[in-house]
Design a binder for this molecule. Structure first.
Ligand SMILES: [Zn+2]
Length: 276
């Protein structure tokens, strides 16, 4: 599933081709995604200039003259920018093509069709899918004080806390596991028992882990138009995720594993002691 770093890498990859380009034509081969695509979308988009390619949580926001195209990659979606040579023969899962006036074409591919393509002419901040979301993890507002305040009223585990999009967006399962290890916090720690110092370590590590993943994705950007749209995001070194029974790199304890809300959870029993 594309996580926040993949979406941010995609944004950076498509942005230089799209901004200030005018949409010439839109071909929609499949209207049935997570939600049905607006049957008038092609007419709405054609002729508009793309002003900005932004992101909020895992939504790509393509701001045009008269509104915003919101794209969510769902479970298996990807976007590629194709030049005139590559654009022939769309495959079975190439559902949408947006042709722009600089010779390029933006293609949306999604085998499992859990993604979403939505148009809104309302202020984007007020959109029902975005208005309730917590802060972006990489922005200043997401800091120790904020996280500690949020934690005070919650009796869930710290892992559930940081994966809750109302608290902070974009901390997927791999990143939650890794951040908790690096902050030396047991994933089962009850949210309202976290100290301000722990919140400081945790916010710092969340920013660091996500930042590194975005940087790793960024190294593939120069090939964005040629690749399969799936750069190697997880090239970064994983400390606990997927390492059940293996030695901790720091203390040699065996990495432990359990499932929490159906999500694989990994931790080192020595580096991440459970607090009482
Ligand atoms: Zn350890």
């Amino acid at each position: 599933m594309p996580e926040l770093p993949e979406v941010e890498t995609t944004r950076k990859g498509i942005k230089p081709y799209l901004e200030k380009a005018t949409i010439l034509a839109v071909t929609i081969r499949q209207f049935s995604l997570r939600w049905p695509i607006d049957e008038h979308l092609a007419d709405i988009l054609t002729g508009q200039q793309i002003q900005r390619v932004g992101r909020r949580a895992k939504y790509l926001l393509i701001t045009c003259d008269n509104g915003t195209l919101m794209i969510h990659l769902g479970m298996s979606g990807s976007l590629r920018v194709l030049d005139s040579v590559e654009r022939s023969q769309p495959g079975k899962h190439d559902h949408i093509d947006i042709e722009i006036d600089n010779g390029h074409l933006l293609r949306y591919t999604d085998p499992r069709r859990f993604g979403a393509i939505l148009w809104t002419s309302e202020p984007i901040k007020n959109h029902r899918l975005l208005s309730h979301l917590g802060p972006e993890p990489l922005l200043k507002y997401f800091d120790a004080d904020y996280l500690w305040q949020q934690a005070q009223t919650k009796r869930c585990s710290v892992k559930t806390l940081i994966m809750n999009g109302h608290v902070v967006v974009g901390v997927g399962n791999i990143y939650a596991n890794e951040s908790l290890f690096l902050a030396r916090i047991h994933p089962k720690t009850t949210a309202n028992t976290l100290s301000l110092t722990q919140c400081e370590a945790l916010t710092e590590q969340i920013k660091s882990v996500l930042g590194k993943a975005i940087k790793a994705g960024g190294t593939t950007l120069k090939d964005f138009t040629k690749s399969d749209g799936k750069p190697g995001y997880f090239a970064q070194h994983l400390h606990v995720y997927g390492r059940k029974g293996e030695d901790c790199f720091y203390c040699k304890s065996k990495i432990q594993h359990y499932k929490e809300t159906q999500r694989a959870t990994y931790y080192c029993p020595l580096c991440q002691p459970i607090s009482i």
